[in-house]
Design a protein around this ligand. Structure first.
Ligand SMILES: Cc1cc2nc3c(=O)[nH]c(=O)nc-3n(C[C@H](O)[C@H](O)[C@H](O)COP(=O)(O)OP(=O)(O)OC[C@H]3O[C@@H](n4cnc5c(N)ncnc54)[C@H](O)[C@@H]3O)c2cc1C
Length: 379
């Protein structure tokens, strides 16, 4: 059974590392980087240059899965072909597509051209280099940063940047830059309950971050953004760096006449995470549109991508051994948002669907624990 796994992010790597050598199974993991990126820690790399990658090859020892570093150009499910950037065409018996998501700029004028993103290591490096430049004596340009989108990524990023600015400011005797967090919706972090949100806002204000909720980003130039309030008032905010974390969409790389797509271009899958109408193709992680027990879309998170990957890896082994597939049952164990240093907020799931809200050092430990769990699960 010739099996291709495309992408070694949370979903693809989890699938590959849950496999084991089976005589009938020949599996290849294809990924454009030689490393796995801990995407959930990119904000730390952006502010502090923290190492957030891990070489892939050693992680595949004992799995029977081969690795190839290559870029996928297109996937044609009707022809059962994967075309690579270098022109080669790979075929498969079973295919796992786990190529993640891309930033959605919502066609806001000038935004894609002028804003940095935070989706891969090079994005984090670009932000880190900007911050360092701003704190050099030669820098004469605008020093301020506008971050668009106050979801998990935006909030985690601004707190790390504020911490870094205060450190560099002390070290180099220069004033910190201003950070503007721009959000069209009425509140930051809509996934959190009101008490946790209030705590988060307090932390952001203590850092001196300007929270501009109810401000829709209307356009961007190389050195400014235009925002509009609910009552139509427009303002221009000048910035040395604009970063957009306001939305994602599934990577649009898979073609198939009978594919069903949902919100954000995610590909609808069945209870075994196989693309609807394509039973030999599993779509997992941010690209897939799996439904939870209430029929609602499973969130695009590392937590769920990992669960889907682990199940798919095991299911591939089952298929090779002629066994039945196990169905996907998503669980959300909790959600934690780091707010710089040892500060975090979030909640964990308790029995009988109760949630326990946690803030401060304990929440930070819980956030770190989820990262350690991920690290242990792929070893
Ligand atoms: C800053 C930040 C913070 C986050 N924090 C959290 C958090 O705290 N908790 C949480 O649960 N989620 C968090 N997320 C979301 C989480 O990271 C994603 O939901 C998760 O990465 C999705 O996993 P995936 O496997 O679908 O995609 P990815 O992890 O993005 O993996 C896709 C892989 O495919 C590879 N690839 C892409 N295109 C090609 C190609 N053409 N050819 C070959 N390889 C390719 C990429 O290099 C990548 O390795 C955060 C995201 C960001 C950006």
């Amino acid at each position: 059974m010739k099996t291709l796994i495309l992408g070694a992010g949370y979903a693809g790597l989890a699938a590959a590392t849950k496999m084991k050598p089976v005589p009938e199974l020949e599996a290849l993991l294809v990924e454009q980087n030689p490393f796995h990126t801990f995407e959930t820690r990119l904000h730390e790399a952006a502010a502090h240059n923290t190492r957030v990658t891990l070489p892939i090859t050693p992680l595949l020892r004992g799995t029977g899965v081969q690795f190839e570093q290559a870029q996928v150009d297109g996937v044609n499910l009707d022809e059962r072909e994967v075309t690579m950037k270098d022109g080669r065409v790979l075929t498969y018996d079973k295919l796992v597509v786990a190529l993640g998501s891309v930033t959605n700029f919502y066609r806001i004028p000038g935004l894609a051209e002028n804003a940095a993103e935070l989706k891969q290591l090079s994005d984090a490096d670009e932000i880190f280099n900007f911050v360092n430049r701003v704190f050099s004596n030669e820098y004469t340009g605008n020093r301020d940063i506008v971050v668009g989108g106050a979801g998990l990524t935006g909030v985690e990023l601004v707190t790390e940047l504020a911490q870094r600015a205060s450190l560099l400011s002390r070290e180099r005797g220069l004033p910190p830059f201003q950070i503007y967090l721009v959000e069209a919706g009425p509140k930051i972090l809509p996934v959190l309950d009101d008490a946790l949100r209030a705590k988060t806002e307090q932390v952001l204000r203590d850092y001196g971050i300007h929270i501009l909720t109810g401000h829709r980003l209307m356009g961007a130039t190389p050195d400014s953004v235009t925002v509009q309030t609910a009552d139509g008032e427009q303002k221009v905010i000048s910035a040395g760096k604009i970063i957009w974390t306001g939305g994602i969409q599934a990577r649009d790389i898979v073609k198939g006449e009978h594919l069903e797509k949902g919100p954000g271009g995610r590909i609808a899958v069945d209870e075994f995470l196989r693309a609807k109408n394509y039973p030999d193709v599993f779509i997992i992680g941010d690209m897939g549109l799996a439904l939870n027990q209430e029929g609602k879309p499973v969130p695009t998170t590392a937590q769920h991508a990992g669960q889907q990957g682990r199940l798919t890896g095991k299911n591939l082994v089952r298929l090779a051994q002629g066994q039945d597939l196990e169905a996907y049952e998503p669980t959300t164990l909790g959600e934690f948002v780091s707010l710089g240093g040892l500060m975090a907020v979030g909640w964990m799931k308790l029995p009988w669907n109760q949630k326990l809200a946690i803030t401060g050092g304990l929440a930070h430990v819980m956030k770190r624990a989820s990262e350690w769990r991920w690290r242990a699960s792929i070893d």
